[in-house]
Design a binder for this molecule. Structure first.
Ligand code: MLT
Ligand code: ZN
Length: 459
């Protein structure tokens, strides 16, 4: 019996696809660097169908790969070895909203932007935001504990999850926390599933908290001569006002965005680096005072502040357009973090690695420096085969990761581990932790049907 025929025991045939185009589309995420080879793609519509599929996978020895908006950057939702891709595209409904609780219940396939718009319609706010909000899905965001551009003020996806319905790898349906604010009844399994990258089970529905709508915002972009100035500018502003965002990018990153999209340069004279700050409009005077100090101290060379929402959006586009702007060069993405206090020394480490090992390559710096999170993207030179390029980066990564490990940092700040970072996990997690993680995996997914090969290498 073919895999597709087997799958029709759990789903109607029109929701099981095996055409090559469909396999190629749903079998991958944004990494684009793996050979994609799923055996089928399925589209469940309910929790019961996901549970039936999972039980079938256990009975028949099928491997399942959860798939959301496919915007992942670490190969967490890629199917390379005949797995069945379980797409949440048909589970895209908002199921309910409770005004008193300010909690919205979503199916896993609700797109982030749809949730943001729903919240706005209720006079509220879903604050987790990133460039991929128009495609990324809530289930994937939760499975990777997605961060993004507003973490400095509003936290990570984890901070907004009040409850989860999950289907474990064994096919059990669990209701975790049920939207409670207080629940001191032992292990909070909800938090175990957040960031588990589909290795323990499927996130099928979620209760998400909504916040008060934000005040009107202003955006400022500053030119910086040295990267280290970003870390002088940050406390200078934070001493005077609450920041909603503090992002940075290099001139190389900006040039890639400008080559890709019709946007204006933020400043008349190019700078080596740029910081993008967002804050409440009523903190404008405080922000201008901080800017004056940064100029006087030589930490900033120039600056611009948005005078309208359209201008604010245009400034944000310079930062949010980077991923797309560099995508044609198939970047090797390092998504690394340390505690804020470690950032200055860490930047010296990173500089040493880059100049010693990548002197001939374009290295594109950007990220969420206010969270201690740096995106260091190595761009593939034209003509170099992708396998050779990745091989070279993979041999250099351990040198960088060893320095990060020594500083107590993380080899994956917000993109997850997936396939891309799996073999480097020991730089951020001890042997004891890894052994406990493997035994948790075996407890929730005894037959190893859930996203095999991702996050953890299982012996
Ligand atoms: C970002 O910060 O823009 C995202 O993490 C995506 C990326 O790193 O490419
Ligand atoms: Zn990021």
């Amino acid at each position: 019996m073919s895999v597709a025929d087997t799958l029709t025991e759990a789903l109607p045939p029109d929701r099981v696809r095996t055409e090559p185009d469909d396999l190629a589309t749903w079998g991958t995420d944004w990494t684009r660097s793996y050979q994609v080879a799923p055996s089928a793609v399925v589209f469940p519509e309910s929790v019961e169908e996901v549970a039936a599929l999972t039980r079938l996978a256990n009975d028949r020895g099928l491997a399942l790969v959860p798939s959301g908006g496919r915007t992942g950057l670490s190969g967490g939702a890629v199917a390379t070895s005949g797995e069945v891709v379980v797409s949440f595209d048909r589970m895209h409904r908002i199921l309910g909203f409770n005004e008193a609780d300010r909690i919205v219940r979503c199916q896993a396939g609700v797109v982030t932007q749809a949730l943001q718009e729903f919240a706005q319609g209720k006079g509220l706010f879903y604050p987790v935001d990133f460039a991929s909000s128009g495609s990324s899905q809530i289930g994937g965001n939760i499975a990777t504990n997605a961060g993004g551009i507003k973490v400095i003020r509003h936290g990570l996806t984890r901070d907004w999850v009040a409850g989860l319905t999950v289907v474990t790898g064994a096919g059990q349906v669990l209701e975790l926390n049920r939207g409670l604010v207080k629940n001191a009844t032992g292990y909070d399994l909800r938090h175990l599933f957040i960031g588990s990258e589909g290795t323990l089970g499927f996130i099928v529905e979620a209760d998400l908290k909504l916040a008060e709508p934000p005040a009107p915002q202003r955006v400022m972009v500053l030119g910086l001569d040295r990267f280290a100035d970003a870390l002088r500018v940050l406390p200078c502003f934070q001493a005077r006002l609450t920041l909603s965002a503090f992002e940075f990018f290099s001139e190389l990153a900006l040039s890639k965005v400008l080559a890709h999209r019709e946007l204006q340069r933020p400043l008349a004279t190019p700078a080596a680096f740029y910081a993008l700050l967002e804050f409440d409009a009523d903190a404008e005077d405080a922000a201008l005072a901080a800017f004056e100090e940064a100029l006087a101290e030589g930490w900033a060379s120039d600056g611009v502040m948005s005078q309208s929402d359209a201008q604010a959006a245009a400034l944000w586009a310079l930062r949010e357009g980077i991923t797309e702007g560099i995508a044609p060069q198939v970047p090797y993405k390092n998504d690394i973090s340390v505690r804020i206090s470690e950032v200055p020394g860490f930047l010296d480490d990173v500089n040493d690695i880059v100049s010693a090992h990548y002197p001939d390559l374009e290295v594109c710096w950007f990220g969420h420096i206010g969270d201690g999170n740096l995106h260091l993207n190595i761009l593939k030179p034209k003509g170099l085969p992708i396998e050779d390029f990745y091989q070279r980066c993979h041999t250099i990564s351990p040198k960088l990761f060893a320095l990060i490990g020594a500083r107590g940092g993380s080899i994956s700040a917000e993109h997850g581990v997936g396939l891309l970072k799996r073999d480097f996990l020991h730089f951020s997690r001890s042997e004891e932790e890894l052994a406990l993680m493997r035994s948790l995996k075996r407890t929730f997914d005894p037959n190893g049907v859930m996203n095999p090969g991702k996050l953890l290498a299982m012996p």
